[in-house]
Write a protein that binds this ligand. Structure first.
Ligand code: KMH
Ligand code: ZN
Length: 311
């Protein structure tokens, strides 16, 4: 990657709903096609160049239905030129077949490729468990301490092959230093091709923590391990205040960044965000304050990798 990012634009992603946070935690989490589309379009209008999309039923339950993903993405495209990134992270308990279904149904411009198997806990201890109202949320909380995010090397290779076949650019989700080694292996094998889109996901229990020093260490390591193959580097950090602190630092460094309700429900210490657009608005303000231009959706499209059919 060109290390002189002094004047470069940063791409802002909004992760609008996710599969981990629970609707009982915040009324702002969009559930059902209509709400997910509405929040995505509003996030784009507020300044996000990319929306990162999971699918949920109207009752909030995460779904892997290809049809639901198709409805969401078709409706977003009708109203906005935002770049759509479909998640293959899915939600706790989904199989590999379920997790790739949205990508197969939609053939999006971007999709996530998670690089390693790891413990993955959103509500690890009793004190961090929210009060929930529905049975499926109770069941999910009941699985605390047993959650493994499966991303075997075989799965990652299969997902990557499918992406290539469908013309989808992978966004590499990197939760830990070890996963940069996986990216290098896949690059050497020809399973992945430069330029790589790398996104650090920090602050998940089971992955690297979210101190700013960790971001700087991962950034340094990615340059050493992947060298010029890195096309873009971004960060998504979990929770308040780290989501917005990382956005500020990433924007200062000319990196990409991600905000949104998937990763953090709060806009300040004592208030929940009312919408994804509010979190995007905060990141847009930070970009303005630190003098960082934000990439447009078409600039993001131009930087997509060699598998993209939409270049
Ligand atoms: N929920 C994030 C911590 C994905 O969707 O592929 C991880 C994530 C992965 O966004
Ligand atoms: Zn996600």
């Amino acid at each position: 990657m060109n290390v002189d990012r002094r004047y470069a634009a940063s791409a802002l992603t909004c992760a609008v709903t996710g599969g981990d946070v629970l609707p009982s935690q915040s009324p702002a989490i969009p559930c059902g096609v209509e709400a997910i589309v509405r929040e995505s379009v509003a996030a784009a209008r507020a300044g996000a160049a990319i929306v990162h999309v999971h699918a949920r039923e109207p009752d909030g339950r995460p779904t892997s239905s290809g049809e639901t993903f198709r409805e969401i993405v078709t409706a977003i495209r009708r109203q906005s030129d935002v770049v759509v990134c479909v998640s293959t992270g899915g939600a706790p308990g989904m199989s590999a077949t379920e997790r790739i279904a949205g990508v197969q149904a939609v053939g999006p411009e971007l999709a996530t490729l998670n690089l390693g198997t790891m413990n993955y806990e959103v509500f690890p201890s009793e004190s961090r468990r929210p009060v929930v109202t529905s049975q499926w949320e109770q069941d999910l909380l009941g699985r605390a301490g047993q959650n493994v995010f499966m991303n075997t090397l075989g799965m990652v290779r299969e997902f990557a092959q499918e992406f290539r076949h469908l013309g989808v650019t992978p966004e590499l989700e990197v939760y830990d230093l070890s996963q940069l080694g996986v990216a290098r292996l896949l690059l050497e094998e020809g399973v992945l091709e430069a330029p790589l889109r790398v996104q650090f996901v920090l602050g998940v229990i089971g992955g690297a923590t979210s101190e700013i020093e960790v971001l700087l260490a991962m950034r340094e390591a990615s340059t050493r391990i992947l060298g010029d193959a890195v096309g873009s580097l971004g960060v998504a950090a979990a929770g308040y205040p780290m989501q917005l602190r990382h956005a500020a630092v990433a924007l200062g460094l000319g990196m990409d960044c991600r905000v949104g309700l998937e990763d953090s429900l709060r806009i300040s210490r004592d208030r929940q965000a009312e919408s994804n657009a509010e979190l995007v608005g905060a990141a847009v303000d930070l970009a303005r304050i630190v003098g960082r231009p934000l990439a447009t959706p078409s600039a993001v499209r131009e930087g997509l990798g060699p598998w993209s059919r939409r270049k």
